[in-house]
Write a protein that binds this ligand. Structure first.
Ligand code: NAD
Length: 422
């Protein structure tokens, strides 16, 4: 049975609170989301009928700055999932030291079964409904699972129409032409790449050419990560997505795979000929997780590595590009087996970091070069990785625990300084 992500998020917070002797009042405050908005979204479908979708926007904590977090379109979206993702955003922003609180949005829908027009109408109405709590100074959404640049453009346009002027700073992950940032599209994958690069150096794993990597998910994060890994010489021997999995012991040609995925609407890997292909994505994931690789990267969705499949995992390092891919039970198994897990709140923070850069550029109406973005992102990711690594050495704990210690301590200090209103 799928574990409840909100319960997982609370459990993680409770464990760290105990470890750092967090004052009970701060702990209690952080166990609650500041604001939860549930909206009904009526959409006229192409066949003339009206379907009402449910959408959420949750702001977990605003002590360190405005709320920030992606919007997800997925049939399995639940309020508890959105709350958990919002809390993880709070920790993520704190781990990399950017001045935001955590938020998340989600709409229960299946974009794979909807036309572009239906998705646009859904997006515009959802934006209008959550318009009362989002804004450049309040809460700034971004892309997440099954939402993209075009959807961000519709959000920016709808919000701008409602306030009466162009407001690029309301959302990040926009196209360049309307205030997007260089490097944002690939930022999460690139951030994961910098983390892997730093991990390989610090743990002295050797040359990229000698290292085998498996990646679950070939969407925005997975495909961009693979692109940078491939360019650096790493051998990617297995990739899965919702359409199946491709496996090649000699290494998958990522340039060709990306070209292949661009040929279909959902950018699926299905039909790629260079390697063995497993069509059933569940079987493909099973195969992927049992590969003997140096680094395994879950880059799809949450709850993928559980106590059921963790025992079969043979890798030494797991780098969580997705949010919440490993359950706490699986985490315990990895600690026992000596598998090092770089946690999501650190590993995939590149996206929100460049989102922050985008927002700063929008507010200043002054845009930076791509090389400046890459350099600044590299600095943030490597510095954060080393801060987390040092805490883990000092406290003799996992990288996840040390990332939480760092994040919760930073947020707690903000709560302490600001106090309780009134
Ligand atoms: P995306 O929609 O672009 O891609 C998701 C990928 O996962 C697709 O290839 C899809 O086919 C695959 N997938 C879905 N279910 C799967 C399953 N059961 N098995 C195998 N593959 C499956 O989404 P994304 O933006 O790449 O996000 C991926 C993960 O990274 C999510 O957990 C998201 O929350 C997280 N994340 C994304 C960003 C960002 O900037 N996009 C930032 C931080 C974290």
């Amino acid at each position: 049975m799928k574990e409840n992500p909100w319960e997982i998020a609370l459990k993680q917070l409770d464990e760290v609170a105990k470890r750092i002797n967090l004052e009970p009042w701060i702990h209690e405050k952080l166990r609650h989301c500041k604001r939860i908005l549930i909206v009904s979204i009526p959409v006229r479908m192409d066949d003339g009928s009206v379907k009402v979708f449910t959408g959420y926007r949750v702001q977990h904590n605003l002590e360190r700055g405005p709320a920030k977090g992606g919007i997800r379109y997925h049939p399995d979206v639940t309020l508890d999932e959105v709350k958990a993702l919002a809390m993880w955003m709070t920790w993520k922003c704190a781990v990399v030291g950017i001045p935001y609180g955590g938020a998340k949005g989600g709409v229960v829908c299946n974009p794979l079964e909807m036309s572009i027009g239906e998705i646009e109408r859904l997006t515009r109405r959802y934006t209008s409904e959550i318009g009362i709590i989002i804004g450049p100074e309040k809460d700034i959404p971004a892309p997440d699972v099954y939402t993209n640049e075009q959807i961000m453009a519709w959000i920016m346009d709808t919000y701008s129409m409602n306030v009466g002027y162009s407001s690029p700073g309301v959302v990040t992950g926009k196209p360049l032409e309307i205030g997007g940032s260089e490097g944002r599209k690939e930022a999460t994958g690139l951030g994961v790449y910098y983390i892997i690069d730093e991990l390989v150096r610090k743990f002295k794993l050797g040359k990229p050419e000698k290292l085998k990597i498996a990646v679950q998910g070939f969407g925005n994060v997975g495909s961009n990560l693979c692109r940078f890994l491939y360019k650096a010489g790493y051998k990617i021997v297995g990739i899965t997505d919702i359409s199946g999995g491709v496996f090649n012991k000699k290494g998958i040609n990522i340039d060709k795979l990306i070209k292949h995925t661009k040929g279909n609407r959902f950018h699926h890997i299905k039909g790629f000929k260079e390697g063995d292909f497993i069509e059933d994505y569940r079987k493909a994931n099973e195969e992927l997780f049992s590969l003997s690789v140096d680094i395994l990267v879950p880059a799809a969705i949450e709850n993928q590595i559980t106590s059921e499949n963790a025992q079969k995992i043979k890798t030494k390092f797991i780098v969580e590009a997705a949010n919440g891919p490993t359950t706490p039970d699986a985490d315990k198994i990895f600690e026992e087996k000596g598998i090092t897990v770089v946690p999501d709140i650190l590993a995939n923070a590149g996206g929100v970091t460049v989102s922050y850069f985008e927002w700063v550029q929008d507010l200043q109406e002054h845009f930076w070069e791509k090389r400046d973005i890459y350099r600044k992102l590299s600095l943030v990711m490597r510095k954060s990785f080393n801060e987390v690594l040092n805490i883990s050495k000092k406290e003799k704990c996992s990288l996840r625990t040390s990332a939480y210690i760092l994040a919760v301590s930073r947020v707690a200090e903000a709560v302490r300084l600001r106090g309780i209103y009134p």
